[in-house]
Design a protein around this ligand. Structure first.
Ligand code: SF4
Length: 367
């Protein structure tokens, strides 16, 4: 075949130290990973494991579970053992659950120091337990639960306040020789969030977990996260991401994966290149694109499929794609690797594209 061309990059990745979240490397040049968080009650072991299985199937690489009560902490050993992907225990308020999570075999623990009372006295013990177990800690600062001291100093959750809070908490762990850390500083405003991460990136070498918190319902949240992550990842900042949506977590994972694919940070899977349609269109491009997308759903191959409304740009786009259609006059010209292989009536466009896609996918497997 053709020699592989190296992928275009927006920027060199920021040099961060690497930590291991279970078997997933984070930072230090490792691929950017996608995370999500379960919405089940963690104490409900079956429901939680079921959701983790769904998340794993949608491409989630690391999952976080909330641990607000003793019942949740008690569920951790089984969840950590049976989950197919590394489990991070999310702890607010009670340091004792941090020890429980480490003992339970969780791959990492997320703490929000602004929220844990008397946390400072406990840091040494946590650092010791975590380091003995080889468990990294995520310092997760949230605008909504910022340390009171910093809130007083800055008046509100500014980028400076978020970054300073995170780095101060890191320094407490560093005093105990613990540096197996990653950091998040989440805010619901992408502008504040981007600036906070930029400051962190410049001031430390810890891997960074990107998130826009309370990003909102699917449409708004997708855009907020995409824009914010895009800005940072385009500068090489970010080692793992979580899209927060008021929607089922599997949706978060799909959006996260798409963001990485869009930026060339992950191999592209199936990609539909469809035109927006215009006055020249001789076919209903929206329905055609929807039907092709639905017909190809679940095909896990890096295939570019062009769905074009007319022959003006159709052939050009189709030439770049692996497969495509340019419609016109009630017919569709079907392109494979830039060549018109046949012309079919409009009613046969979708099934022909699906057939050809299957054939190409088979060829790829053979190669
Ligand atoms: Fe318009 Fe044709 Fe371009 Fe689609 S491919 S936007 S129909 S010119």
């Amino acid at each position: 075949g053709m020699p592989a061309t190296p992928p275009l990059r927006l920027a060199e990745r920021r040099q961060s130290r690497q930590i291991m979240v279970g078997d997933v490397p984070v930072g230090g040049g490792a691929p950017v990973s996608v995370q999500s968080m379960t919405t089940t009650s963690t104490a409900d072991i079956n429901a939680t494991l079921q959701q983790i299985a769904e998340l794993t199937a949608s491409g989630c690489q690391i999952v976080r579970v909330a641990v607000p009560t003793a019942d949740d902490a008690e569920a951790l050993p089984i969840i950590a053992k049976k989950s197919q992907i590394p489990v991070i225990a999310d702890i607010h308020f009670q340091p004792k659950y941090v020890f429980a999570a480490i003992e339970a075999g969780c791959a990492a623990v997320r703490v929000n120091p602004g929220n844990i009372k008397k946390f400072d006295d406990k840091v040494g013990e946590i650092a010791k337990a975590a380091s003995e177990a080889g468990v990294p800690i995520r310092i997760g600062v949230n605008a909504g639960s910022l340390d009171k001291r910093l809130l007083a100093k800055y008046g509100k959750a500014t980028p400076e306040a978020l970054a300073e809070s995170a780095l101060w908490e890191c320094s407490l762990f560093e005093e105990h020789g613990f540096r197996d850390i990653k950091i998040s500083v989440k805010h619901n405003d992408p502008v504040v969030m981007v600036n906070a991460y930029r400051q962190l990136a410049a001031q430390c070498d810890y891997p960074l977990h990107l998130g826009v918190t309370e990003a909102g319902p699917a449409f708004q949240g997708t855009i907020k996260s995409s824009v914010a992550f895009g800005a940072l990842l385009a500068e090489g900042i970010g080692d793992t991401i979580r899209v927060s949506l008021s929607a089922p977590p599997a949706e978060e994972v799909k959006v996260g994966a798409q963001i990485l694919e869009s930026l060339g940070l992950r191999e592209r899977g199936l990609e539909i290149v469809s035109c927006p349609s215009c006055g020249r269109a001789q076919v209903d491009v929206y329905s055609l694109a929807d039907e092709v997308t639905a017909g190809l759903e679940g095909m896990d191959v890096p295939l570019r499929v062009a769905v074009m409304g007319c022959v003006v740009n159709g052939p050009g786009e189709a030439r770049d794609a692996d497969l495509g259609v340019a419609s016109g006059n009630g017919k569709g010209q079907i392109f494979v690797k830039g060549e018109v292989i046949k012309t079919v009536p409009e009613s046969k466009i979708v099934e022909t594209l699906i057939e050809e896609a299957m054939r190409l996918a088979e060829d790829m497997k053979d190669e």
